[in-house]
Design a protein around this ligand. Sequence first.
Ligand SMILES: Cc1ncc(COP(=O)(O)O)c(C=O)c1O
Length: 425
Amino acid sequence: MNLSERDQQVVWHPFTQMKTAAPSIAIARGSGACLYDDKGLKYIDAIASWWTNTHGHAHPYIAKMISEQASTLEHVIFADFTHEPAVRLAERLLGKLPAEQARVFYTDNGSTSVEVGLKMCFQYWFNIDQPKKKIIAFKDAYHGDTFGAMSVGGRNPFSEPFAPFLFDVEFVDTPTKENEVTILEHFTKLAETGEIAGFIFEPLILGSGGMLMYSAKLLDQLFEICSKHNIITIADEVMVGFYRTGKFFATDHCKNKPDIYCLSKGLTGGTMALGVTTCNSKIYDAFYSDNKLKTLFHGHSFTANPIACAAALASLDLFEENETISNIQRIINQHDKFIEKISIYPNVRNIRQTGVILALDIVTETETSYFNSVRDQIWKFFISKRIILRPLGNTIYILPPYCITVEEMEVVYQAIIDFVTELSN
Ligand SMILES: Cc1ncc(COP(=O)(O)O)c(C=O)c1O
């Protein structure tokens, strides 16, 4: 049996209907923006392996730092103990975040960074003796798969079996160019009830919802409403952090800043599982007390894992190199040129770009949803060309590692053109 066949006997994959899914492709190694399967075939990873990878696969510098840390201190309980990589990483992240951000709380993935953000928010109100239960979120939001994160995500077939167990959330429409005024009106009405504990959002781009983009100007207006009504703002930068939008954090595009940041994915350059939730002193001070009951009672076995922290520090080093920043700008410029080319195809609509993320929708006759049959068609087409472009329904998007070469980008663009051409024939 080959690896894919052995896998089929024993593994249960995420987001996968195991009965109908094709055998998983066995990946043996990675280098730069490419992955190589067990037969040595090369694939261009145009979606950075679930939006995690920033500097390329098996990056030698990150690998070296991971290896050094693994042979120095691989793990230690993070209650009552601390270690150099966690402290240095917190110092460096706070150096990148707005000055008001005061503390870094470690978790181990994006969903748990969101859980902590929500807990900080609810417990803030509890600790100051003004309990509030309501959160505002966008209708197409995705914040992860744990129960709290699912609760604040858009309700859809993915969360349906769990609907009775999800807490109530006030959903506002996902922003489009046309509905900003209505959103602001709805948001203001909700804020004026005085019952809202917090607002959680993916800044500028709702990722899993379909790479739906909205303006920093609208987000700034929402921040202002929150500030007026003392609503805690939680920026879920899990996907958009670490230069995906062209700036270090997506909220760097805004004048106003959130109270809480949730980070993961690109935090370690996409190499290790790690999450952080940061907050300003307004939040922190509500927990800082002689009263033990005001403690944030949350933690994970692998909270602040030293190897993951070392990977994150190595990734931050690489972000300081001019080459990384010029690569990011180069991808943005290349996207601009591709947008001109692809715009002429009638079966493509809603071409949109923020930073290195470019998305477009394929016009289909049937309803647009994740389960649209064109989704499978898109996946099969690109994988046959050995390009990893895993669509969201009928939405094709590119979100590459920053080290992707000009030539690899051209291969991806040409494949998209070939796909839409083939579709119209
Ligand atoms: C915006 C956002 N938040 C949270 C998550 C959850 O992260 P994780 O898959 O690491 O739990 C994701 C994952 O895609 C995400 O895109």
